[in-house]
Design a protein around this ligand. Structure first.
Ligand code: NAI
Length: 343
């Protein structure tokens, strides 16, 4: 098989040395994009992280493509309809970082609750005063968990260790888990939002979750709520979030993800991309405002990025590619309309 792996570091490459069968494997540090896709027109299997453009235009430029192995849980960056139509099997890494992302959630939350950013900035300047540094305890607070899948579950487990109460919302509630871990579901998302001091989001990005947290949900919040988002940027309406921060509904936000994130990753790209129709100028502007607010902390989609989690991602991706080559694909996330072209 002709296999191309994108966004791979040198040390990650040896993981793929002993893939099943006879293969011609190429590695690239850069992402796959609509612009460079033409150079890989004979590739049959691709593996990327989330910064490659796996949109319709790119996939159309890969006529021999049979499989995409994304090295992520989320697959909202892939044009699944196009893959379904062309019989391209798409596989993800469903469980690699439940604890990893959940630990990052509490990293963001503790940074806010203990004013860690200001405290650290201050001591670096030789200033050891306490002025303005008073934070708040997590113990006794209620955390609202939206999405109680693998990551949400781990967040609930950790919240228990802090002595927090948990309210949860999910389209598929797991009542047995609620009994085991001692938390409560609410049938309506607003009942969770209005009953919590801290809200954390763990739903996938799709049409149903787009702007799931918008003006109405912000209005339902208590004053001074803390919002943590490590899911995907599209789940929160950024303009409404800025208004909520201004009105005091939100005291602070900890964000590992932003809408239009791939574009704002490169500041220099802003001017260039702002003129492309597919990017929403208002959303880009909102992102840039959020990046500069003192009560918003942003990490660069790094919640997954621990040594242990990355090794788990690479191991599962190799197993996904092997399983496809051997004819029994695993962790398939799409429903193809015709038989796969091979493998
Ligand atoms: P999961 O699939 O185990 O759980 C998602 C949960 O959301 C499920 O329980 C599902 O029923 C629920 N859900 C789906 N649609 C919903 C809706 N409309 N309303 C309420 N609940 C809904 O996924 P997992 O592993 O917990 O990951 C969640 C998301 O976290 C991923 O889809 C991905 O976007 C993001 N993620 C972010 C990472 C980062 O580095 N920031 C790393 C890994 C995942």
């Amino acid at each position: 098989m002709k296999i191309s792996l994108f966004e791979v570091e040198q040390w990650e490459r040896e993981k793929f040395d002993d893939l099943s069968g006879e293969n011609d494997i190429s590695y690239f540090k850069e992402p796959l994009t609509a612009e460079n896709a033409g150079e890989f027109s004979d590739t049959e299997i691709i593996s990327t992280f989330i910064h490659s453009d796996l949109d319709k235009t790119t996939i159309e430029k890969l006529p021999d493509l049979k499989m995409i192995a994304t090295r992520s849980t989320g697959f909202d960056h892939i044009a699944l309809d196009e893959c379904n139509e062309k019989g391209v099997v798409v596989c993800n890494v469903p469980r690699y970082g439940d604890n990893t992302v959940a630990e990052h959630v509490f990293g963001l939350l503790l940074t806010i609750s203990h004013n860690l950013r200001d405290a650290i900035d201050r001591t670096r300047k030789g200033d050891f005063s306490q002025e303005g540094l008073q934070g708040f305890d997590l113990k006794g607070k209620t955390i609202g968990v939206i999405g109680t899948g693998d990551i949400g579950e781990y967040v609930i487990r950790i919240a228990g260790g802090f002595g927090m109460k948990v309210l949860a919302y999910d389209v598929k509630p797991r009542e047995e888990l609620a009994q085991e871990l001692g938390f409560e579901y609410r049938d309506n998302i607003k009942d969770v939002i209005s009953g919590a001091e801290i809200i954390t989001l763990h739903v996938p990005a799709n049409d149903k979750t787009k702007n799931m947290i918008s003006r109405e949900e912000f209005d339902a919040m208590k004053d001074d709520t803390i919002l943590i988002n490590t899911s995907r940027g599209s789940v929160v309406n950024p303009k409404d979030m800025i208004e909520a921060l201004a009105s005091g509904k939100l005291k602070a936000a900890g964000l590992d993800v932003l809408p239009e994130e791939p574009v704002i990753r490169e500041e220099a790209e802003l001017l260039h991309s702002a003129f492309k129709e597919e990017h929403d100028m208002e959303t880009l502007l909102a992102d840039h405002i959020l990046l500069r607010l003192r009560n918003v902390i942003v990490t660069p989609h790094s919640a997954f990025n621990t040594c242990e989690a990355v090794i788990r991602i690479l191991d599962t991706t190799k197993e996904n590619i092997d399983a496809f080559i051997e004819g029994s694909p695993e962790n398939v996330v799409n429903e193809i309309n015709k038989s796969p072209v091979g493998g």
